[in-house]
Design a protein around this ligand. Structure first.
Ligand SMILES: Cc1ncc(COP(=O)(O)O)c(C=O)c1O
Ligand SMILES: N[C@@H](CCCC[NH3+])C(=O)O
Length: 421
């Protein structure tokens, strides 16, 4: 299977751009996340090409990877940010994102988060329930500010993805149910401190076909027509994120090709003049990163061969959480060892702590493996379970490698705790 473009084999060694992964692992230790700046900008470029010539704002969904240097890279390349918490708001500001280019999604915004977002002047709140609408109005009024809102509608389409990351079906907690949308817009229009500016939908994640997007688009545009008949004009249409990446032979549409299809339908239906907003996460950073891990022990058995590595479910939670597949490649190929079929597992005390099952690998203890497609929802979902420090991160730009996050120490982890006297 071909490697992502930013990863190449040179003299039997895997490189990210012009930097050897083996050398990075030796210099900085493992587990280590390594990202390619070029790969991120290339992924973003496909959206920028697809939306060129249209009023648009690409708000990178920072939950996918919220490391400051990654945010700075994307903000400097023209992105706004989609946030889902007060913590993400502070990171977005620290990364230099203009507040008016920040949109706030999520079903459970607290009053304190709303107050802070209003105080800094974010661009828009994506409101997810009628109760939230009332609270936001109250908070804005008390603060003497106006809140721009877009309502997240649940178009009830099947994104055809993993049930845990599907969000646009009526059984999901997200968005306003299709048949309540008009009443909710009426409620919003009547709120003293709210300005209704848009409509929003996000149907799920790791979507690998254009069909669900096209279905959602038609349903959202039906709603836009009905809403505008009530006298509220919608300035922007936000289609969320969700475009998938190739983890294991997946073939999602390219962002520019998908957008050519969507824009064509928008034009046909007479909404081509609206500002387009999108919230892509995984498709920008997912295949721009790898996680390096060292082989600690081989544990061959009668039924299973276990390869115990130093990265674990706390670093790479996706296999344990979703049975997700991540490719695993040795960073140096070996000719002196026969390949065996291994279950690649971490040191955490859980049977669910595995990174890959039944992988054919020719490896010895001390070798370094690269877990691919680790740019999204890995570091940002990492935890300290088993008091394991979170990994270090490196950003590669050509031949230059910059440590963008140091490895977390045990002292870092205990810093906020107060031991008994
Ligand atoms: C509201 C919202 N927007 C954007 C995203 C980003 O999704 P993805 O990383 O699949 O592009 C998510 C996560 O699925 C989300 O919940
Ligand atoms: N964490 C999920 C994606 C969640 C999408 C968030 N709305 C994953 O790794 O696939």
């Amino acid at each position: 299977m071909p490697l992502p473009a930013f990863l190449t084999q040179r003299h039997g060694e895997l490189h990210v751009e012009d930097v050897s992964l083996d050398a990075l692992a030796r210099a900085h230790g493992t587990p280590l996340f390594v990202y390619s700046k070029a790969a991120m900008l290339q992924a973003l470029g496909a959206y920028q090409r697809g939306l060129a010539g249209r009023a648009h704002l690409i708000c990178y969904a920072m939950k996918a990877n919220s490391s400051l240097a990654i945010l700075q890279t994307l903000v400097r390349a023209g992105c706004g940010l989609d946030i889902v918490s007060g913590g993400e708001l502070e990171r977005a500001l620290a990364a230099g994102c203009a507040p008016e280019r920040i949109i706030f999604s999520g079903v459970g915004k607290t009053r304190a988060e709303m107050r802070r977002a209003l105080a800094v002047g974010i661009g828009c709140f994506n409101v997810e329930s009628r109760a939230e609408l009332a609270v936001l109005d109250e908070v804005a009024r008390a603060a003497g500010r106006r809140a721009r809102v877009s309502i997240r509608v649940n178009p009830d389409v099947d994104a055809r993805t993993h049930p845990y990351i599907s969000t646009g079906l009526k059984d999901n907690k997200f968005g306003i149910a299709h048949d309540e949308v008009i009443d909710t817009y009426r409620q919003a229009a009547a709120c003293e401190s709210l300005d209704v500016v848009g409509i929003d939908c996000h149907i799920g994640s790791q979507i690998t076909q254009a069909g669900p997007y096209l279905d959602a688009l038609e349903r959202v545009l039906d709603l836009v027509e009905a809403i505008e008949l009530t006298g509220t004009r919608l300035h922007h249409i936000d289609f969320g994120g969700g475009l998938g990446i190739d983890y294991h032979g997946d073939t999602p549409p390219a962002a520019d090709e998908l957008w050519a299809k969507l824009l064509q339908r928008l034009d046909v239906r007479g909404f081509g003049d609206r500002q387009i907003m999108i919230e892509p996460g995984r498709s920008i950073v997912g295949n721009a990163g790898v996680c390096l891990t060292e082989v600690l022990y081989q544990k061959p058995g009668e039924h299973k061969n276990f390869l115990i590595v130093d990265a674990a479910m706390n670093d790479l939670p996706r296999p344990a959480m979703y049975q997700a597949y991540h490719r695993i490649e040795p960073v140096r190929s070996r000719t002196d060892t026969t390949a065996l079929t291994w279950d690649v597992v971490g040191p955490v005390c859980e049977s669910g702590d595995w990174l890959g099952r039944d992988r054919e690998l020719a490896v010895q203890p001390g070798d370094v493996l690269a877990v691919l497609s680790a740019g999204a929802y890995c570091m940002s979902m990492a935890s300290n379970y088993n008091t394991r420090g979170r990994a270090a991160e490196v950003l590669v730009d050509g031949a230059q490698a910059t440590v963008i996050r140091q490895r977390e120490t045990a002292a870092d982890q205990m810093r906020l705790e107060t031991p008994l006297p």
